[in-house]
Design a binder for this molecule. Sequence first.
Ligand code: KIV
Length: 284
Amino acid sequence: MKPVTIDALLSKKQAGSPITMVTAYDVPTARLLSESGIDIALVGDTLGMVIQGGENTLSVTIDEILYHTKMVRRGLDGPLLVGDMPFLSYQISEEEGHRNAGRLIKEGGAQAVKLEGGEEIAGLVRRLTRSMIPVIGHIGMKPQAIHQMGGFKVQGRDLPGRERIINDARALLDAGVFALLLEAIPPSLAREITQLSPMPTIGIGAGPSTDGQVLVFHDLVGWSVGPAPRFVRSFGNVGSNALSALVKFKEAVSARNYPSTDESYPEKGASPPPMNRIKSKRKG
Ligand code: KIV
């Protein structure tokens, strides 16, 4: 598939053509994103919640993001691959942040990194972009600041909050980000940032006016556990389909209906298995 480049994303903004971004943590998901023509695959630190079952994203390590980025790299054909910088992988020192971002590119095969933060990380963003590491800035609700915010709360509802987020956007753009991810802010604020930004904005819980939208894969396919935030729309029922398959498997095994003769290996000297089995790439 034609690789999505940063220039292509910029052209989409200029043409008013919406950008799509979805999280991926493994090969099968990477393949689905590729086949469906999604623009950006994000190996997000949400893996701490949707994969690891944590209450927030804080426990995720750079090694875990790296591990999943390598997997997604193997399954991806087309979408731009972005690795997320998890909590404390870049806040301790710029040097450490630089080294960790470099690992996602060099070892993981990511083509860009995403960092939560505004003005306070502009120095690091400048340093990364100067060393040829493309960066997406993540502002508004920053899940890594959950304890400072007092929970997952919509940001930028009052004037000082609004101004702070606009200043963050300007600082990151000035430092060289190629896109801004806007999370959980009022639609009017997202519209204002989208209008002032020469680079694409990608929203999650930020209303319809951003240049693109991002969702967590498990939320959008209907595979998440527990209540979803207001902005989530389930476009599928993967969870209930998988559950029904498991129940049918259990019933078939219990009733000794599985495996059938066709699903068992023939004894030595018996006629060969059907062609479709021989052509299968899987061993056996
Ligand atoms: O880490 C992540 O998965 C995210 C989502 C909000 C898209 O940033």
